[in-house]
Design a protein around this ligand. Structure first.
Ligand code: NFS
Ligand code: SF4
Length: 678
């Protein structure tokens, strides 16, 4: 146990204290992405303001808010915790630091749960309306998955048509949003392992219905309701698990409607924009729009050519980019933090957005160019941009309208003769690893029990375990530096990596989703494992396998949850014993807070590399970094230095793998049951 005995890694405090965390705040070039660096020179020279300038202008940020000890829940406030004693140590109502920090944190979870789940509701509605014949442009693209999901959630499938089943699955999903009584969420119940179901029931955190848990959090955090920080946090956990339910049903139904991803090649970074083509960027989250744009664009190539373009170049930003990358190989333009820089190239004709992670600042940048920013959802509009109401009953027509606007805009761009400024930087990538695709790779080695290929590799010490990478960008960290450093450290130490969201876009942009990266960064065990997988599958793969396996958008963290559950079931243990860790190196959104919370409640240690607003209460801090481990087997590792974070993650993995090996050995030697303690 070499690393675990390093007591410095046992410290739950971050290695850098708050006051020394932000270095060089006036330098706006906070990134290791070469394309973004090139664009930042251009935006600075041309006085185009982006998030990088605004981040700098916001420094130093308010220390009360940063630590979570600013309360604005009622307008007797805002109240701030000003000291350890006396009247100033509490809000006007008497709320202490721990109540305020906990309330703020669980409200973030409710925000995250709402975003993921409402996205899921939209998709479930499309499935329902399709089955009813009211969304004719959608279809069932993966009927096998439909049947698997239906069976898994307990529906009778025999003798039913796909359409009948689709309607039943959609209704079951919609019921998970609101049902009378105390029945628990169906999708979650059908995917958890037995021991986790028991744990969540015992601790009273099993969600009943998504809308209800969000409402309950908003209620309990209203002025003068729940003041007990532990009770508040457990309420938050229930809501975070409702978020997981929303993600699970989003992924399941997206695969049913749009197809389950398979390995696919593509490219990433701003160099994918092609000045001679009509450039359309899909940005946001929901595939019900972006998938339609992809399908319709294929049919409109000729129209684009008639307008003088060499074709239509689609690319994606954020998670809707991940959705169409995974299923169609649409390239990634960039990730969250550089979204405005994509427009600043002057090459984007239309950026079409739906919901979430869309910076209002896009509009100001678009105004400096010919680019049209198009919003499509009634709940997500930006003043000064175009709004094309997306209508699922006429989905193709809606998508065609957007594409036609892009073709017109292309003509204006060409007629203006204005130069474009696209950095010639992009990297090849392989993505498309749904859990089904991953298990398919394993099945080439062990057809009877595919997941055992992974658990055996851990048992033999070939790989150190699995690390799931997730989450956003946050300029508190240098853009994409935490992501890339942690991936390289994990690789060197033979950790098998899966991931979703903006971190995988960072990996792709930096060439880390390639076999070349395996050769450059993987330790010998990880390389041998990836080579072995490739050898067994080479006939059906488009290229050699990458260093990290891209599993999709943020809602597809459900795929990662399904992966560790499969591993736990194979080992015959509860999740906290599985050598599995997670990291969100540059987290930012409320969705990330919800995800991180369900990750730790599932029994997985979860690193967060940008500081969430928790430092204002030692009590809350110790609950989420230590006590959570005692109760659920997972805990937050809050660490802003990527090198130290990597060490902490490796220590957690090594400890788990070591303990599991000892327990397995003991069970074999003495013929006893495998020890379940974690
Ligand atoms: Ni996830 Fe995706 Fe990116 Fe963060 Fe935003 S796009 S849902 S929240 S920023 S990873
Ligand atoms: Fe202040 Fe209490 Fe109102 Fe919060 S709820 S703003 S602490 S009075």
């Amino acid at each position: 146990m070499p690393r675990f005995s390093d007591t410095s890694l046992q410290n739950s405090k971050p290695s850098v204290d708050r006051k020394n965390r932000i270095k060089d705040p006036k330098n706006i070039k906070r990134t290791v992405d070469p394309a973004a660096l090139e664009m930042l020179d251009f935006t600075s020279e041309n006085n185009i303001i982006t998030a990088f300038d605004r981040w700098s202008a916001q420094q130093p940020q308010c220390a009360f808010g940063y630590q979570g000890i600013c309360c604005r829940i009622c307008f007797a406030g805002p109240c701030r915790i000003k000291g350890d004693e006396g009247p100033g140590s509490m809000g006007i109502c008497g709320a202490k630091d721990y109540t305020i920090v906990a309330r703020n944190a669980v409200r973030m979870m409710a925000g995250g749960c709402s975003a993921h789940s409402d996205h899921g509701r939209e998709i479930a509605n499309v499935l329902y309306h399709m089955a009813e014949g009211h969304a004719p442009d959608y279809e069932i693209r993966d009927a096998d998955k439909l049947r698997r999901v239906a069976k898994r959630i307990g529906l009778e499938v025999e003798g039913k048509s796909d359409i009948e089943l689709a309607k039943e699955v959609a209704l079951a999903a919609l019921e998970d949003f609101g049902r009378p009584g105390e029945e628990k969420c169906t999708f979650l119940k059908s995917t958890l392992c037995e021991k986790r179901i028991k744990k969540f029931e015992e601790t009273d955190v099993f969600p009943r219905a998504i809308d209800r848990e969000v409402v309950e959090v908003m209620h309990r955090t209203h002025v003068g309701v729940d003041a007990d920080p532990v009770n508040i946090i457990f309420g938050g956990i229930k809501c975070a698990l409702a978020d997981l339910n929303g993600e699970q049903l989003s992924t399941d139904i997206s695969d049913i409607l749009f197809g389950t991803p398979k390995p696919v090649m593509s490219e990433a970074n701003l160099g994918v924009l092609d000045p001679d083509k009509v450039n359309i960027i899909v940005h946001g989250h929901n595939p019900i729009l972006s998938q339609m744009v992809v399908d319709t664009a294929r049919e409109m190539e000729e129209e684009a050519k008639a307008a003088g373009a060499t074709g239509i170049q689609l690319s994606g930003i954020c998670c809707t980019g991940n959705e169409v990358l995974m299923r169609n190989g649409v390239p990634i333009a960039t990730s969250y933090m550089a979204q405005e820089l994509a427009i600043a190239t002057g090459a984007v004709d239309v950026m079409v957005v739906d919901v979430q992670c869309i910076m209002p600042g896009l509009r100001n940048v678009a105004e400096c160019f010919h680019t049209k920013l198009v919003t499509t959802m009634s709940i997500s509009k930006i003043p000064g941009s175009y709004h094309f109401a997306f209508d699922e009953a006429h989905a193709k027509e809606s998508a065609a309208g957007v594409i036609r606007l892009a073709i017109e805009t292309f003509k204006t761009r060409k007629a203006s003769g204005r130069p474009v400024n696209v950095p010639k930087i992009k990297n090849k990538l392989m993505a498309g690893f749904s859990l089904e695709a991953l298990l398919d790779l394993f099945a080439a080695i062990n057809p009877e029990n595919p997941i055992k290929v992974l658990t055996d590799a851990i048992d033999s010490g070939e790989i150190a375990g699995v690390c799931a990478l997730a989450g956003c960008n946050n300029l508190e960290a240098v853009y994409e530096k935490n992501h890339t450093e942690i991936i390289k450290e994990m690789a060197k130490n033979n950790v098998f990596m899966v991931g979703t969201g903006c971190v995988m876009q960072a990996a792709a942009k930096h060439g880390l989703l390639t076999y070349e990266a395996v050769e450059e960064y993987a330790g010998p065990g990880l390389k041998a494992f990836i080579d072995r997988l490739y050898e067994a599958n080479k006939d059906k793969l488009p290229d050699k396998l990458p260093l990290a396996f891209h599993m999709g958008s943020c809602v597809d963290n459900s795929r990662i949850f399904n992966l560790w559950t499969a591993m736990a079931n194979e080992y015959g243990v509860d999740v906290p014993k599985v050598p599995f860790v997670a990291s969100a190196p540059e987290a930012m959104s409320e969705k990330a807070v919800a995800i991180g919370t369900w990750v730790i409640s599932n029994g997985i240690p979860c690193h967060v590399g940008a500081m969430p607003p928790l430092e204002g209460s030692n009590l809350v801090w110790s609950v989420v970094t230590c006590i959570a481990h005692d109760v659920f087997g997972g805990n937050f590792i809050l660490e802003t230095d990527p090198q130290v974070a990597a060490k902490k993650l490796l220590a957690a993995l090594e400890y788990r793998a070591w303990k599991l090996r000892i327990h397995k050995k003991a069970a074999e030697e003495y013929g006893t049951e495998l020890c379940q303690a974690f």
